[in-house]
Design a protein around this ligand. Structure first.
Ligand SMILES: O=C(O)C1=C[C@@H](OP(=O)(O)O)[C@@H](O)[C@H](O)C1
Ligand SMILES: C=C(OP(=O)(O)O)C(=O)O
Length: 441
């Protein structure tokens, strides 16, 4: 097959000739939008999502739910302002086919929803989706009463034979390869006949803030959830069966997608303002305030949003990123430009993300002259003078934004397939050139 030209196209990453000074309106959170779509679809009354993210991952989620019979209409919010989605839940139906693309949230959150449909739901996706871990969800659903046909690996492609209802109850799952296994079972849990009790049995559990996000959002629509933090057993989450409310929810900006812009302030010694940065949030990107401050910046959270200022100096960092793994590519890019070495730990599960992110970051930074080595659970990064070249992205949105960060400081960096940022941030090239005050390309 001839390569898709979009996948090999090269984008000259803009080089910053001066310090950035810009306000960047970052679109809505992928993780919040896709949870909100699932919860609104499982509710017993209509709901609104205001300022939803419209990107490949969220459009795939909305498309899949529509396939199963949910009404998701474009509109303006109930007060007449702002773009919104109106979600009209109905009885979930099969037969249906779901394209998960390479969206972890779609491939993990929807099989439990499909188990509630009244017929078969076929799941397929990008080639990479076949390699990403799913067995925790598949095995757990079988224990909870679902019938699933797969090729014996517990991976995509597969068919969930929805029976109109699911028993639910207690289940063990090893979620060390993805927190999304736990989130997936909890999100649909209120609709299972007995609710669900999820016990994580693995040695480690990545991305805990994302599980807290699931719990918070479930509680906001009326679900009763017991967690380790609310006095329950360690590694056990319990969801009581019950109806979910339809809500009017405004989606927060995606703080992980704010990362490249904050990094631009750090790398150029400039200033970036991100309006509507929430004062309280479960998004892992909020940790950037602390991590990028330790790396040399400073920030102020005002009522308007976050003001982040670089000092012109970037320090290396030794940090456990297990809670915030999706921030690793951007932190690695900044670390490659720092004045001292960095060690990024706790992220072995990134080998099974959109691509093997540890291998990809090592190879691509080293091909620009860097000195990165992979460890068992992360990266050692020793900054060296970098030079231009092609930064391959392996269909990974966060590889593309990581390459753009390096391109600010290093002339002649070309990003392969910058269009892959459409997974979560379709406007990236325009936002980036707009931030720099350069014409869009
Ligand atoms: O639940 C979510 O919305 C997410 C959880 C995390 O997944 P893993 O636990 O698989 O890393 C994160 O990396 C991903 O980008 C989004
Ligand atoms: C890992 C990521 O995505 P997902 O697992 O939701 O596909 C990410 O966005 O960095």
């Amino acid at each position: 097959m001839a390569p898709n030209p979009a996948h090999t196209a090269l984008w000259p990453a803009p080089h910053a000739s001066e310090a950035v000074d810009a306000t960047v309106h970052v679109p809505g959170s992928k993780s919040v939008t896709n949870r909100a779509l699932v919860l609104a679809s499982l509710a017993s009354e209509p709901g609104w999502l205001r300022r939803p993210l419209r990107s490949r991952d969220t459009l795939l989620m909305a498309g899949a739910l529509r396939e199963m019979g949910v009404g998701i209409e474009e509109g303006v919010g109930p007060d007449g302002t702002g773009e919104a989605w109106r979600v009209l839940p109905t009885g979930l139906r099969g037969p249906a086919t779901v394209d998960v693309g390479n969206a972890g949230t779609v491939m993990r959150f929807l099989p439990p929803v499909a188990a509630l449909a009244d017929g078969p739901v076929r799941f397929d996706g990008d080639p990479r989706s076949y390699e990403r871990p799913l067995t925790g969800v598949v095995d757990a659903l079988r224990v909870l009463g679902a019938r699933i046909d797969d090729d014996g690996r517990g991976a995509l492609p597969l068919t969930v034979h929805g029976g109109g209802a699911l028993d639910g109850g207690p289940v063990e799952v090893d979620a060390s390869s993805s927190s999304q296994f736990v989130s997936a079972l909890l999100l649909s849990g209120p609709r299972f006949n007995q609710g669900v009790e999820v016990r994580h049995t693995g040695a480690t559990l990545p991305s805990l803030p994302h599980i807290r996000m699931t719990v918070d959002m479930l509680r906001a629509v009326g679900a009763q959830v017991d967690t380790p933090e609310s006095g329950g057993e360690p590694n056990v989450w319990r969801v009581t069966p019950g109806a979910l409310l339809g809500r009017d929810l405004t989606i927060e900006p995606d703080l992980s997608n704010a990362q490249p812009f904050l990094a631009a302030a750090l790398v150029t010694g400039g200033r970036i303002v991100v309006p509507d940065w929430p004062a309280r949030t479960t998004q892992p990107g909020d940790r950037l305030r602390e991590i990028f401050t330790e790396m040399g910046g400073s920030c102020e959270l005002t009522e308007y949003g976050l003001v982040f200022t670089g000092s012109g100096t970037i320090h290396g960092i030794d940090v456990d990123l297990s809670d915030v793994g999706e921030l690793t590519p951007g932190i690695a890019a900044v670390a490659a430009l720092a004045d001292s070495p960095s060690t990024l730990r706790g992220v072995s599960h990134l080998r099974l993300h959109e691509t093997d992110r540890l291998a990809a970051l090592t190879k691509e930074i080293n091909e620009l002259g860097g000195d990165v080595t992979e460890t068992a659970d992360g990266l050692h990064i020793r900054p060296r003078r970098l030079h231009g070249g092609i930064f391959h992205t392996y269909d990974d949105h966060r590889m593309a934004t990581a390459g753009a960060i390096i391109g600010l400081a290093v002339e002649g960096v070309q990003i392969e397939n910058v269009a892959t940022t459409a997974k979560t941030l379709p406007d990236f090239p325009d936002l980036w050139t707009g931030m720099l005050g350069t014409p869009g390309v």
